[in-house]
Write a protein that binds this ligand. Sequence first.
Ligand code: ATP
Length: 213
Amino acid sequence: MNARVGLFGGTFDPIHWGHVRAAWAACNGANLTNVILIPSARPPHKNFDTGTDGAHRLAMCRLAARDNERLDVSDVEIERGGESYTLLTLQHFLGAMPGARIVFLLGADAYEDIATWYRVAEALPLVDWVVLRRPGMPTPDLARPLREHAALFEPADGALRLRAGATSIRYLEIPETPVSSTQVRRAIREGLTIDELVPPAVADYIARHGLYR
Ligand code: ATP
């Protein structure tokens, strides 16, 4: 059977249990061989002027993935530098993994902004898309954020099928882990423990490097 590889992009500033558990749940729920975490160099959709250095974010992703056989980390966006456009990342993995089925994972909050992504109409038909439940967000209407691109897809069994390329966009109702990176950064600034929010090796790394103080 061909591999089904999940790509999970994000700022990961820092990576937290919400990311890790969402990746695990996607492995099972979307039948993936593995998930590759891809920290961005510069997220195009966030004000990142005070964001943490890519080398730190990458190191924390590696620590979070270390004991998980089905989690991997790619430095492709950090090495490429500049704005991290998903289209370029998809093209990279399609070239690097011929024969694999590629599934891009994103939270329901990120999906709300998908119409603003760089050359999104070209990106959508390239791979399958799985939108993950994000705590506090309602079940998304998958067609709504893409209404300007309605010609690209048609409804199919609660999902959307891309007309070009035999790919789809679907929603996956994963168990909720209500954590965000914003919450982790705030907890550190306020001198609160982050032990429940991030994997232990990530908490150690943050303390050792004095991040987010
Ligand atoms: P911030 O609080 O800084 O905005 P974040 O916690 O949303 O950060 P990102 O690195 O921006 O983390 O998220 C990367 C991807 O992970 C996005 O697609 C986002 O929707 C998803 N994600 C983040 N936290 C969760 C969570 N708790 N459950 C499910 N998906 C999540």
